[in-house]
Design a protein around this ligand. Structure first.
Ligand SMILES: Nc1ncnc2c1ncn2[C@@H]1O[C@H](COP(=O)(O)OP(=O)(O)O)[C@@H](O)[C@H]1O
Ligand SMILES: [Mg+2]
Length: 238
């Protein structure tokens, strides 16, 4: 389906760690598609290959085979098909982690604006865009606060703003709601869903969190290095 080619398409992805007797086949032929504007869940037991898959997609490790398309461009086809992997990570992929990893000595606005400022964008322009995202994420009233003064839910919303600032076609979220209570976890999922549609971002959320699993319209279960697609319940977000 052409629509998926503009988001994320993973075909026959394989990853082997080590060699010979000690080799571990962490991914044995993974297939997955996420359309622009869609939030898809990835669930599976510990050791099933979830982090390995996100690291391959995030160009943090090199797959052993298969194909990956990201935001309309083939980035891997048995080998990397682009030269500058760090530019790919910086400009085209937003990462959201379980811990927000905000920089403690920068206020909320500067945490969000930091990457574009480092990339050479004028500070006022970067801060203006940060402010716009903070408003969209309902944390603009905390723009001048230091991270340690925010609640867990607020910190996670700031880390989502930071992931969105370069308008990446793809967001990879690894257990983004794990430390949050039910209400805040739902709020974060609602916001991810709204942002995905607003900015036409393709989002993959790796999770063990039973609370949010029913929010996915579509999800993939990964077991022993292979994925199976399931249609989720997609309820309770709105
Ligand atoms: N750097 C590595 N070297 C060797 N084996 C690894 C490495 N990273 C992950 N693995 C193995 O790959 C499999 C999948 O791991 P991982 O992707 O971390 O699973 P999950 O995130 O689902 O818990 C596991 O068997 C794990 O031990
Ligand atoms: Mg993991």
């Amino acid at each position: 389906m052409a629509e998926y080619d503009k988001g994320i398409r993973i075909e026959g992805l394989r990853k082997r760690f080590g060699e010979g007797e000690a080799a571990v086949d962490a991914l044995k032929g993974v297939n997955m598609q996420v359309a622009p504007g869609e939030v898809v869940g990835l669930i599976g037991p510990s050791g099933s290959g979830k982090s390995t898959l996100l690291k391959c997609l995030g160009a943090v490790i090199e797959p052993s085979g298969g194909r990956m398309t990201l935001g309309g461009q083939v980035i891997f086809d048995e080998r990397w098909t682009i030269d500058d992997l760090s530019a790919l990570r910086r400009d085209r992929i937003g990462f959201v982690f379980q811990a927000p990893y905000l920089i403690s000595f920068l206020n909320v606005t500067d945490n969000v604006a930091l990457l574009p400022m480092l990339a050479g964008q004028p500070n006022t322009e970067a801060r203006r865009r940060a402010q716009e995202l903070l408003e969209a994420l309902d944390v603009a009233h905390r723009a001048q606060a230091m991270p340690s003064h925010l609640s867990g839910g607020e910190q996670q919303r700031v880390s989502i703003a930071r992931a969105l600032i370069s308008r990446p076609p793809v967001i990879l979220a690894d257990e983004p709601t794990a430390p949050l209570d039910s209400e805040r976890a739902m709020a974060v999922m609602r916001i991810l869903d709204r942002m995905a549609r607003q900015y036409q971002t393709a989002v993959i959320v790796v999770t063990h969190d039973e609370k949010i699993i029913p929010t996915f319209k579509r999800l993939y279960r990964i077991r022993d290095g292979r994925t199976e697609e399931e249609s989720g319940e997609g309820r309770s977000l709105f």
